[in-house]
Design a protein around this ligand. Structure first.
Ligand SMILES: [Zn+2]
Length: 331
């Protein structure tokens, strides 16, 4: 995959519905193409994690945000990655880093995707059915302490929460991927070239492989207190059907609508590599918080996370053909 040769066509540029620094909305058919925790925090006794899926996702989101801004190649991101690794390993997951150096507006940077598979013999050699993913990094924005609570710490927190809310028969069919470098580097707006660094490297790894994952679910901005979940209009139809059915069956259909256009996010390189992937993403368009300092814990809602979590859980159980078990059906 020669991702570096792709660029927005002039036509697609004209059809951008609204300019947002981290996303370009494009039409169908267009070629589109960190702070460290204080010593005080560290010494505090760790609070006990809650059970309910929304509360648990909120718990992990809050832990992630305690490390402060986490742009690519920052100390904050390294600490978040270490937190995720510990949480995963404590739950019986094997973790692996995919490390790539890439040129950026700030010079060559090291990007490190965190991958995880449920521990079993030859875990990394066995084919997997699907990937569940979100981006770990936060956008570097000069002059403000940008935390990216919903963009996308809440999605990362949700993936951790799901580990306690899905049966083993589902979890062992999944690879978890926490992407590095989704945001544009150097404070610049994200484009296909400056952004999606981790997902492009991950997708390239699978390109042409017969045993690549059969589907992907990408989560982004799923915990806002004014929850409006969407998916890009050009998402794989079979995944749209399952996501819609999952919103219906959980009684939360009113929270999910099709987005008016395509969205540039980490699912794009995956789809281009032949891994059909749907992006479940909160509507960031008519907002005064997206890529603003207001994207902090105060706009994250446990109730919204609970709704998102139940939809995601239903989606995964359906797609993975796993019966819901009584123990895990009460998130
Ligand atoms: Zn962003």
């Amino acid at each position: 995959m020669k991702v570096t040769s792709w660029r927005l066509s002039p036509c697609a540029m004209k059809r951008v519905l609204f300019e947002k620094p981290a996303f370009f909305i494009m039409t169908l058919g267009s070629l589109f193409l960190s702070c460290q925790p204080s010593e005080k925090t560290l010494k505090k006794a760790a609070p006990a994690p809650p059970q309910e899926i929304g509360e648990l996702a909120y718990f992990h989101t809050e832990r992630i945000l305690e490390y402060g801004p986490r742009p690519a190649a920052s100390q904050g991101l390294a600490k978040v990655r270490a937190y995720l690794s510990t949480q995963l390993q404590e739950r019986g997951w094997d973790v692996s880093l995919q490390r790539v150096h890439r040129p950026t507006p700030k010079g060559t940077l090291l990007f490190e995707n965190l991958r995880a598979r449920l521990h079993r013999p030859r875990a990394w050699e066995q084919p997997i059915e699907g990937i569940l993913c979100a981006h770990m990094d936060s956008k570097e924005i000069e002059g403000i302490e940008f935390l990216g609570a919903d963009d996308a710490a809440s999605a990362v927190g949700m993936i951790l929460a799901l580990l306690d809310h899905l049966p083993k028969e589902a979890l062992e069919q999944l690879e978890l991927v926490f992407f590095d470098g989704e945001e544009g580097i150097g404070g610049e707006a994200m484009t296909f070239n400056n952004g999606l660094y981790g997902s492009k490297a991950y997708a390239r790894m699978w390109q042409g492989k017969a045993n690549k994952p059969k589907f992907g679910l990408l989560l982004d901005m799923i915990g806002h207190d004014q929850l409006r979940l969407t998916y890009p209009s050009d998402s794989p139809p079979e995944l749209i059907a399952i996501l819609s059915e999952s919103a219906d069956s959980t009684g939360f259909a009113q929270y999910l609508t099709k987005f008016s256009g395509a969205i540039l996010d980490d699912h794009v390189p995956l789809n281009l590599a032949g891994i059909p992937t749907i992006n479940m993403i909160g509507d960031f368009t008519a907002s005064d918080w997206w890529h603003q300092k207001e994207d902090n814990l105060s706009l994250i809602s446990k109730k919204s996370l609970s709704i998102s979590g139940q939809i995601i859980r239903a989606f995964l159980l359906t797609r993975l053909k796993v019966e819901s078990t009584p123990a895990s059906s009460q998130p």
